[in-house]
Structure formats: structure tokens, C-alpha cells
Design a protein around this ligand. Structure first.
Ligand code: AMP
Ligand code: MG
Length: 418
């Protein structure tokens, strides 16, 4: 029997396959661009700033180390240029942002001078430096330079440059179209009341919101019965729709009605791996579809709602974040507050509740001091995979490594925020 893939090996394989997906490029309005991945370099179409200008309210002069007094012969304010030639002991009153007149190369802030009607005098002890308080043409960016490189995730702090270079439309990488459906004969709509053995199909909502949280486009193909024909039809429909990733829940274990493993191959997908040595999420099925230069990644997640959530979080989310240069999932170390036990060698992601311990905050050390976090089992020690309440109470996953069978209270453990 071949050894089951480790979490790390599975992630390596998934990461490599993410390179096959090539989402389309589209143009968006600057106002809709925040959160999008840039698909073009933002080029400065002008020198920035485009003229020498004053950084302060004050007086523009031509620097001369022997001069400390000037005659003020006019005024220039932002948007009201007045080209008074400046030389020798002549100065012009200038406002912040206003263009410097011919000859001027230095600005004296108003607070550094004594004003006597139309004369100014440098205050005692003030030493003037050539070029001070002037923003020179092209100082920030020269015309034609790359202001923001392609592949940058656009945030609001990029907008001043994008707007200043006149981009009201921007080319961005489209969010991934992520199709998904749930399988199971027992599943009913969440608006219905379950009778006998029926289960509300919560996974559709879980996946939809997880996808939206990453600012990707969810495409919901609904709930499908454990029926090979129906499953096949839905996969084909999803492929035709033009999705980049397909996710299903349920039907990937070894039960008699777990059809996904076979049906996905019948639909032209290549099986890359099935099963990873993790808990929850062991039966993860990963496949690739390739046709005429187009690729789709397929993730078959277990149907259990907790397993589906954690599988998405640990096997799909990190790679979307990486592809779109989003802020990585927060990983941190915390002091465990209760013992944890496991019975097998699977890498286990335990639902945990972590707290930031304020009492030790007053040390001079950085906030990444491991002692600042504590974490405990969110399920009070009884974490069955079906326990959605412990998932709901959790704010992180505690990583319980393969080779360990017991983690003791007081140990430092690795956690991942959810
Ligand atoms: P499966 O992976 O198909 O064997 O399903 C495992 C468990 O998860 C079963 O108890 C299912 O009833 C439950 N389950 C499967 N799909 C869903 C779903 N979409 N929403 C909620 N629970 C589900
Ligand atoms: Mg099932």
C-alpha cells in the first residue's frame, strides 16, 4: 500500500498546480479597484511633482549663504502662478504647493523669519540650506517610471498614485470563478425542516462565504443527489460555465455511494491525489482538468461541515491568498492551556480558542512574544468532526503534528487564525 501523502507534500503539489490557472484580465473603474490584483504596471505619465514647488508656506529665494534679509516683491499661491524673477535679495511670498518662480531654488518657512512690512529677516540661529523645503520636479517619480508594478494587490494607499497618473480605468486580474456543489441524498435546502434522516445542506453557505471572504467569485451549482449521472451533469455544467476551480463536498470517502472519485475522471479530470494524512479532511481528492490551454483545479472535500471548512482553510485558501498577493493567514505561537490527545499519526488541526494575554504586554519585547497568546481546545476536549459548535467557538486551528500523540498544557503550540 502506498503511503498517504503528508500535509506538506499535498500542499507542494497543490501549489505547483495553482500555476496552471490563468484567470482573465478585465478593466475596472478606479473606484472598484481596491482588493483587485493589478494586471498592468501603473506608469507615471508625468514627472511627479510636475514642477518645482514649495513644501511650506513661506518665502521663495535664490540661495546665497551671505544673504539673511530679502525684499518681498510679490506673492504666488497654488494654482496662481506669477513668474517674478528672483535673484539677490529678492523674495516672493509663496504658499504650500505653489510653483517656484524663475531663479528661486529655496524656500524659507514663514516661522523662520521676522517680517518687517515688505522685508523679511532670517531669525537668529536659523541656518538656511540650499534647496530646503522645495519639492523638485520629478523628485517622487520621473515620467515613464513604473509607479506601481503589476501583480500588486490594490489597496487604498495605492489610490493617490493611480489617480494622480490619470488612470480612471485599470487592468486587473479577474477574481477566480470558484464553482461548487454539495452531494448527498440526505441533503435538503436550509429553508426546509429536516425530517427523519435529512440534513440541511450547510456546506453550500460555508463555501460561498469562504470564497467571498477571499474576494473571489462563488458560483453555486446547488445540491446534487448521490447519483452518478446527476453528478456528471453538474460537473460538465460547471466546466462549461468557465470556472477556474471546482469544489464539491461529500462523496469522496469509501462508502458505496461515494462516486466522485470515478465520476470526476469520467468528466476528463486527471486524478492527482486522493487522501492526505490529516484530520479532519483525510479523503481530500485533488484533480486537474486541462483542455485547449484551459485548466481547472478540482478539490473534492469531505461532506462533514467541519471537515469541509477546515479542508478549505488548509488546502485551498493559502494558495488563493498567495496567488492574489493577499495578506497571509496569521500564524502564531501560543501557550496551550489544556492537554490534547490523539490516537493516530495524522497531522491534526484542532479547533482552538486563543486569547491575547494583556498582562504581559508591558514588556519591552515585540508583540510577537510567544507568551502573549494562550490557546485552549474550543470543544472542551471532545472534538468530534461533526461538532459544528466547537468550530463556531473557535478562532484558530491548533497544529498537532503527526509524530506527537499528546500535547501538554504549558507547551508552546503553533496556531493558525481562522
Ligand atoms: P460524506 O462525506 O458524503 O460521507 O458526508 C459526511 C457527513 O457530512 C454526513 O453526515 C453528511 O450528512 C454530512 N454532509 C454531507 N454534505 C453536507 C452538506 N452539504 N451540508 C451539511 N452536512 C453535510
Ligand atoms: Mg455523502
Amino acid at each position: 500500500m502506498s503511503k498517504i501523502l503528508t500535509y506538506e507534500d499535498a500542499c507542494e503539489i497543490i501549489k505547483e498546480h495553482f500555476k496552471f490557472i490563468k484567470p482573465a484580465i478585465r478593466e475596472v473603474d478606479i473606484l472598484d479597484s481596491v482588493g483587485c490584483l493589478l494586471a498592468e504596471d501603473i506608469i507615471s505619465d508625468i514627472d511627479m511633482p510636475s514642477f518645482d514647488n514649495s513644501q511650506m508656506d513661506g518665502y521663495a529665494v535664490k540661495f546665497n549663504e551671505n544673504i539673511r534679509e530679502w525684499d518681498v516683491i510679490g506673492e504666488i499661491s497654488a494654482g496662481k502662478f506669477n513668474d517674478i524673477e528672483i535673484r539677490g535679495c529678492l523674495a516672493v511670498s509663496i504658499m504650500t504647493g505653489a510653483k517656484l518662480p524663475t531663479g528661486a531654488d529655496t524656500v524659507i518657512p514663514v516661522e523662520n523669519v521676522v517680517i518687517e512690512s515688505d522685508r523679511i529677516k532670517l531669525k537668529e540661529g536659523i541656518i538656511l540650506k540650499k534647496g530646503s523645503d522645495v519639492r523638485f520636479k520629478g523628485e517622487d517619480k520621473k515620467k515613464g517610471a513604473i509607479a506601481i508594478p503589476s501583480d500588486t494587490l490594490i489597496k487604498t494607499n495605492n489610490i493617490p498614485l493611480i489617480a494622480s497618473y490619470g488612470y480612471n480605468k485599470i487592468k486587473v486580474i479577474e477574481p477566480l470563478k470558484i464553482g461548487f456543489f454539495a452531494t448527498g441524498n440526505e441533503l435538503i435546502d436550509i429553508n426546509s425542516i429536516p425530517v427523519t434522516d435529512q440534513i440541511r445542506s450547510s456546506n453550500l453557505y460555508t463555501l460561498s462565504t469562504l470564497i467571498q471572504e477571499l474576494e473571489m467569485s462563488p458560483v453555486n451549482f446547488g445540491t446534487v443527489r448521490d447519483d452518478e449521472i446527476q453528478i456528471k451533469d453538474t460537473i460538465n455544467k460547471a466546466v462549461e460555465y468557465g470556472i477556474d476551480i471546482l469544489i464539491t463536498t461529500g462523496g469522496v470517502s469509501v462508502g458505496k455511494y461515494d462516486f466522485l472519485k470515478d465520476v470526476i475522471e469520467d468528466c476528463g479530470f486527471e486524478k492527482i491525489f486522493w487522501k492526505v494524512n490529516v484530520k479532519p479532511g483525510k479523503p481530500l481528492l485533488f484533480c486537474l482538468y486541462k483542455n485547449s490551454g484551459r485548466s481547472i483545479l478540482y478539490f473534492g472535500l469531505p461532506g462533514n461541515p467541519v471537515s469541509a471548512f477546515i479542508s478549505f482553510t488548509m488546502f485551498i485558501k493559502p494558495f488563493i491568498i498567495e496567488m492574489y498577493n493577499q495578506t497571509p493567514q496569521k500564524k502564531f505561537f501560543a501557550k496551550l492551556e489544556n492537554d490534547l490527545i490523539k490516537k493516530d499519526d495524522r497531522k491534526t488541526f484542532v479547533r482552538g480558542t486563543s486569547n491575547f494575554n494583556n498582562s504581559t504586554l508591558n514588556t519591552q519585547h515585540s508583540t510577537f512574544n510567544t507568551q502573549l497568546y494562550t490557546v485552549r481546545d474550543a470543544g472542551g476536549g471532545t472534538q468530534s468532526s461533526g461538532d459544528m459548535s466547537s468550530l463556531s467557538n473557535a478562532n484558530c486551528l491548533i497544529v498537532f503534528e503527526e509524530e506527537k500523540y499528546k500535547l501538554f498544557a504549558g507547551e508552546i503550540v503553533e496556531c493558525i487564525m481562522i
